[in-house]
Design a protein around this ligand. Structure first.
Ligand code: AMP
Length: 286
């Protein structure tokens, strides 16, 4: 595996590769890699001749500086994991390589800024849009891979690609979970054992909410159930729970109004903020 920390040699390496009709897949990450990330890499390996994984904890997408400082980092282990799945190129730039000076450009994704992650993390998607645009311009991939776990981010990236005419196919990849259902996340490493035990209510409640909706409970009743469940759990604080149309993340009053329902949640366990979601079709017969 080739490891680049500087943009110029990476660009010339990829330009050479492109001359022989090599197709390039990009997997953007913030490191502290786990099997969820590896499933994106495996998908890219399958569909492209060359896979690039970027590892960069992007400061412009952190609204909470404490969160940025505490974000887990383990470059050596990350590089070993990338080797183990046959990643071809790792790109791990330093801050001053990605941002020559503090960027002034801001992106605004309209409705997506006003709800869920956009509402609670001001400026987050502007930072995501900025860094992903940079990575797209540097790597110029044919395909780029994003996890469904960050559903709203996936929608933001789809907007970015459409509005800026990037000739890149965006591939969503299903969420990989721990055996007890907790979505794998770099932030899980920061949960103490009590918070880790409580964190199972995230996925458990999502599945319960899905079952309630499928059996005809109203959106309002299910929201009340969700609030109640978190109120009864010590050391857990619900930030939001939304029942939305998975196609555009608009709120649903009735799940029969779409063929793809998404249940999205963010909650704190101790100091650690986790997000998760599930998507299901209410119209499909089981
Ligand atoms: P991050 O390093 O958290 O920015 O994540 C990098 C990419 O991996 C994003 O597209 C995430 O949505 C994706 N990802 C994170 N966790 C998972 C997971 N448990 N399963 C699948 N993809 C994931």
């Amino acid at each position: 595996m080739k490891v680049f920390k500087v943009i110029k040699p990476l660009v010339s390496y990829l330009n050479d590769a492109r001359k022989s009709n090599t197709t390039i897949g990009l997997v953007p990450t913030m490191g502290a890699l786990h099997e969820g990330h590896l499933s994106l890499l495996k998908a890219s390996k399958k569909e492209n001749n060359l896979t690039v994984c970027s590892i960069y904890v992007n400061p412009t997408q952190f609204n909470d500086k404490k969160d940025l400082l505490k974000y887990p980092r383990n470059m050596q282990k990350d590089l070993e994991l990338l080797e183990s799945v046959g990643c071809d190129v790792a790109f791990a730039p330093a801050d001053d390589e990605m941002y020559i000076s503090k960027p002034t450009l801001r992106m605004n994704f309209g409705y997506l800024e006003q709800v869920m992650e956009g509402k609670f993390r001001e400026g987050h998607f502007s930072g995501v849009g900025l860094v992903v645009s940079k990575l797209f311009n540097i790597v110029q991939p044919d395909k780029a891979y994003f996890g469904q776990k960050d559903l709203q981010q996936y929608h933001v990236i789809k907007e970015l690609v459409k509005d800026l005419s990037y000739p890149i196919e965006i591939r969503p990849i299903e969420t990989l979970r721990e055996p007890d259902g907790l979505a794998k996340s770099s932030r899980n490493a920061r949960l103490d054992s009590q918070a880790r035990t409580k964190s199972v209510i995230l996925y458990e409640s999502l599945k319960q909410a899905e079952n309630m909706l499928r059996t005809g409970e109203s959106v309002g009743t299910v929201k009340d159930f969700f609030d109640g469940k978190f109120q009864q759990t010590d050391n857990a604080r619900l930030e939001y729970f939304e029942i939305v149309n998975a196609h555009d993340l608009s709120p649903l009053r009735n799940i029969m109004d779409t063929d793809r329902v998404a249940l999205c949640v963010a909650a704190f366990f101790g100091e650690v903020r986790l997000i998760d979601n599930i998507i299901f079709s209410a119209k499909a017969k089981e």
